[in-house]
Write a protein that binds this ligand. Sequence first.
Ligand code: FES
Length: 261
Amino acid sequence: MSHTGEILSNEVLKDKYCRAVFRAPEICEKAEPGHFVHVMIPSMRDRILRRPFSICHAGGSQLTIVYKVVGRGTEELSRLKPGEKCDFMGPLGVPFSLPVEDEIPVIVAGGYGAAATYMISERSKNKGYLLLGARTEKDLILTDNYKNNGFEVRVATEDGAVGTKGLVTVLVKELLEENKGKNLKFYGCGPHGMLLALGELLITNEIDGELSMDQMMCCGIGACFACVVKVKDNNPDGWRYARTCKEGPVFKASDVYYGRT
Ligand code: FES
């Protein structure tokens, strides 16, 4: 079922990253952390395909998405002005589950993966950590927003411009070492390679987590199989394809197939 969302604001957040706020009460009502929406951009109706965007914030009637301008779809989106309308499907997918009891949330994000996990920092009663990895300083977004929600933010950049030099998994290893015996609940969102590395690290440490494995999506409703990832299975191969738009995008780290059974 689709809904109409009216643009309230659409502005540059930082460098190529933008933030669009829509009035979309029907979607906000049901949105949970990790859900996504499938958006038809008015000037691209000829192309038929919708574009998937993670929900960054949903409160009252206002829905926020954060996106990076990387191609025609996001360029067209960045040109939309307040008052213009888009057609939305959503909220779609399997969301993250919030921490319970004494679980300490540890969000591990790569680049604008931090947008898809942001609602965890808003809605979790327990406060924890954001471990954010990016290529360079330009790709670090929403860090102050996480801090304002009570999360400690640690950063790794590949060029070493800010924070630890290297990959975000370095920060994960440090945090695990510091917090032995504590009940950490891990969440991941970012590039596929980062998520596989994070998942394997968690399994090695006998900790489970939830990973948003979103892939390029076409239909968004389970019909085209464009969005598959490998998950464990009891068949002789030990794995099968799962549609991230339908069975995900959030999967348990222990359900993801890492190339061995
Ligand atoms: Fe078509 Fe997932 S996007 S099956």
